[in-house]
Design a binder for this molecule. Structure first.
Ligand SMILES: [Zn+2]
Length: 336
């Protein structure tokens, strides 16, 4: 007999989303201990309590402050490396925001996604991560012809310590169908983001020094920034370079030697697609990247970590890469 306790029903309604192929036919959850009802109840209670304190209205906006000075002032040669990223600013919807669940084709993180017109292969244990409308995408992100939504799903890794298996699809939604079905039972909740609204904002950003040629990297390391407490590399990374937090397009925030993945099918370098972050900013980046609208808040923790993801002590996010050459867009995840 199915468990129809209020917690179970609410969980299924809120977590939503088994769908369409992460590319593996076999379930990956067999090695993972089942989630208990008590854990589900705690997960939902945390989500509700955060939404009450930190829920954001649908018509709100989020604005990144300007950098302390233009990057091209100290480094005019970096001008051609500027890219536009879209900071997604995921925030919990307000508890009375009943439209959120109905908006099946909206840009969002987690929750219920649109169902594609043509069915997709494979369907085991996929957790909905991002649904993005074409008009919210960064300018260089190419959608497949006749599609208007990009959807990113991930699957819990089979072995602890591995990044998730990712699937990216470009679809045209089937408006006749309701939305993606609920998550299967037992999905580890640390990997399921709280369903969030997004507030897309285009921001100009520059690459991490670690992605630059050696000469440029050394020039930045030797530079004396206005904040004398920090090294040139640190100041550049946190104040002038790539945005922290959850974003699509632009530059990945690489904090050490880069390891850009190659596509398993065509062996070309993959393109950076997005970052899913457990925190939108941290102590070194708060001054530059905390949105203006949240600066007066005494406790912004529920804005800073609205997704509620827990990827373990050592990991603060996932970078997702995509092959734009292969027609089925192989995707790959790396811990940040
Ligand atoms: Zn490829």
């Amino acid at each position: 007999m199915p468990d129809t306790s209020p917690n179970r029903r609410a969980f299924l309604a809120l977590a939503a989303g088994l769908v369409a192929g992460c590319g593996r036919e076999s379930p990956s959850t067999h090695a993972v201990p089942a989630v208990t009802d008590a854990e589900q109840a705690a997960w939902l209670a945390r989500q509700r309590s955060l939404a009450q304190r930190f829920g954001v209205a649908a018509d709100a906006a989020r604005t990144t402050p300007e950098p302390p000075f233009p990057v091209t002032q100290p480094f005019p040669e970096l001008k051609p490396l500027m890219k536009l990223t879209v900071r997604l600013h995921p925030r919990l919807p307000r508890p009375d925001d009943h439209r959120f669940d109905q908006e099946r084709t909206a840009s969002k993180i987690g929750g219920i996604f649109a169902v594609p017109k043509s069915p997709l292969r494979g369907r085991n244990g996929c957790i909905p991560i991002l649904q993005l409308r074409v008009e919210d995408a960064p300018p260089h992100l190419r959608f497949d012809p006749n599609t208007s939504l990009m959807q990113v799903y991930w699957q819990v890794p089979t072995h602890p310590g591995e990044p998730p298996i990712v699937r990216t699809v470009f679809i045209e939604p089937d408006h006749e169908k309701g939305g993606t079905p609920p998550l299967p039972e037992g999905i580890p909740l640390a990997w399921v983001p709280f369903p969030c609204r997004v507030f897309p904002e285009r921001v100009a950003e520059y690459p991490s020094p670690y992605l630059m040629p050696k000469m440029m990297r050394e020039r930045i390391a030797a530079w004396k920034p206005p904040d004398a407490e920090r090294s040139g590399t640190d100041f550049f990374l946190n104040q002038l370079g790539p945005a922290p937090g959850t974003k699509v397009g632009g530059w990945p925030r690489i904090l050490g030697e880069p390891n850009t993945p190659t596509c398993e099918q065509c062996h070309r370098l993959m393109d950076f697609l997005m970052t899913v972050a457990t925190r939108e900013w941290d102590a070194p980046t708060v001054a530059r990247w905390q949105p203006q609208e949240e600066r007066g808040s005494l406790d912004p923790s529920g804005y800073q970590s609205a997704l509620g993801l827990d990827l373990g002590d050592r990991h603060h996010g996932i970078h997702i890469y995509l092959c734009n050459t292969c027609p089925d867009h192989p995707s790959l995840a790396q811990f940040t």
